[in-house]
Design a protein around this ligand. Structure first.
Ligand code: LMR
Length: 351
C-alpha cells in the first residue's frame, strides 16, 4: 500500500488513494465482523443444544417412561433451545459403550444400571448386595441419605456428574426349572450384569455366572446358551423373557436402579438458566418416574401371568431364609471394596 500511496502522490492523487485505503480497510473490517457475528449468532439462536440420551430398555419400562417424560418436559420448557434425543431399546449402543461415549462427550446423558459401573467405582456395588434392601422404600431412604447423595458425585473424576437415581424395581430369579432352594440353582448358567458382586452371588448358590449385555439375553435363553437370569418384572415382560423361560421365583433378592448422569464438561458449559431448568425437570421426572415404577412392575407381573406361558412361584419364608443365608457371605467378601460405612448406612435405611 505504501508503494501505491507514493505512486498516487507522485501523480497528484494522494487524498484519493488515502480514501481508497480507508474504504478498503473499513470494508474488510465490516466483512470480517459480519462473518464472525453471523456464526456466533447462528450458534446461539438457531442451533439447539443436543442431549443424546441412549438406553437399553423398552419405552414402556420405568426408565423408558421417565426418559420420554424428561424429553417432553425439556422440549416444552426450552423450545428450540434444547433438543433431547432419546434412543431406547439399545438402538444406539449397549450400556457398556454408552459409558465410554459419555466420557468422550459423544453422548450427553445416560441412565445405566448401577450394577454396571464396577470398573469406575466400587461404591455402587452396595446396590448389588443380595437381600440388603427389603424393598424399594428402603432403597429410596438410602439414596436420599447423606451417604446416598454423595454417590451422585462419586464419578466426577471420570467426567460423569450424577443428576439422579431412577428406580426400576426389585429383581427375581427366572430359570428353565423351578428354583425353590439354592440347591436347585446348582450348575445353572446365569446371565448377570457386569458386576463382580453379582458374580459372587451366583457362585455362592453354586451357579455359573455369565456377564452379558442386556440385548443378548433373550436369544441366549432361547438357544439355551444360558439357563437362568435375574431381572425386574418390567424388564422380563418387555423383553419377552417369559416366552423363552417358564419359571420365575418371587425372590425379591436385589435391586435394579439407574445412575442418571451427564458428561460433566458438557454440563458446565450450559447457560445457567438451562442448567437450573434441567435440574428442576430432572427432580420432577425422578419423583414422577420413581412413584410409577412399582405400578409398572406390578402390571408387568400380571401381564406375564396373563400370557399363561410362565409360572410365578412364591417362596415360603423358610425357602427365602435358605437363599438369604447362602448369599450372605458376599457382604463380607465385598465389605472392604465397598466400604463398611456405606453398607451400614444402607442397612440403617432398611430398618
Ligand atoms: C440389565 O442389563 O438387565 C438391566 O440393566 C437393563 C436395564 O437397563 O434395566
Amino acid at each position: 500500500m505504501n508503494d501505491i500511496a507514493s505512486i498516487g502522490r507522485l501523480y497528484g492523487l494522494g487524498s484519493y488513494i488515502e480514501m481508497l485505503k480507508i474504504f478498503a480497510i473499513s470494508t474488510l473490517i465490516m466483512l470480517l465482523s459480519a462473518c464472525g457475528g453471523a456464526t456466533n449468532d447462528a450458534s446461539l439462536i438457531d442451533e439447539p443444544i443436543i442431549i443424546k440420551f441412549p438406553h437399553v430398555v423398552a419405552p414402556g419400562t420405568p426408565k423408558g417412561q421417565a426418559a420420554s417424560r424428561f424429553e417432553q418436559l425439556v422440549e416444552e420448557r426450552f423450545p428450540g433451545r434444547v433438543d433431547v434425543e432419546v434412543y431406547p431399546s439399545g438402538q444406539l449402543m449397549t450400556d457398556d459403550d454408552s459409558l465410554e461415549a459419555l466420557a468422550f462427550g459423544e453422548i450427553q446423558m445416560i441412565a445405566v444400571s448401577l450394577s454396571k459401573f464396577d470398573r469406575l467405582t466400587q461404591a455402587f456395588q452396595v446396590f448389588d448386595l443380595p437381600f440388603l434392601f427389603s424393598n424399594i422404600g428402603a432403597v429410596e431412604n438410602f439414596q436420599a441419605s447423606i451417604e446416598g447423595q454423595e454417590l451422585l458425585e462419586a464419578l466426577v473424576d471420570s467426567g460423569f456428574l450424577g443428576l439422579a437415581f431412577w428406580h426400576n424395581g426389585m429383581k427375581h430369579f427366572g430359570a428353565h426349572r423351578p428354583l425353590r432352594l439354592p440347591n436347585d440353582a446348582q450348575g445353572l448358567r446365569f446371565r448377570i450384569m457386569e458386576s463382580d458382586v453379582l458374580q459372587a452371588q451366583m457362585e455362592a448358590i453354586g451357579g455359573n455366572p455369565q456377564k452379558m449385555a442386556y440385548g443378548e439375553v433373550y436369544q441366549a435363553l432361547q438357544t439355551g446358551a444360558i439357563d437362568a437370569q435375574e431381572n425386574t418384572w418390567s424388564n422380563i415382560y418387555s423383553s419377552k423373557f417369559h416366552e423363552v423361560q417358564p419359571y420365575f421365583m418371587l425372590s425379591n433378592h436385589g435391586y435394579v436402579g439407574y445412575f442418571v448422569a451427564v458428561n460433566e464438561q458438557f454440563w458446565e458449559t450450559l447457560p445457567n438458566d438451562i442448567q437450573d431448568g434441567l435440574s428442576e425437570i430432572m427432580a420432577e421426572v425422578t419423583e414422577w418416574g420413581n412413584a410409577r415404577s412399582i405400578a409398572i412392575n406390578d402390571e408387568s407381573r400380571e401381564k406375564i401371568l396373563a400370557t399363561g406361558r410362565a409360572e410365578i412361584i412364591a417362596l415360603t419364608d423358610q425357602e427365602l431364609r435358605a437363599w438369604r443365608t447362602m448369599v450372605h457371605p458376599v457382604w463380607e467378601q465385598f465389605s472392604d471394596e465397598i466400604g463398611a460405612d456405606l453398607i451400614e448406612a444402607a442397612q440403617r435405611s432398611s430398618n
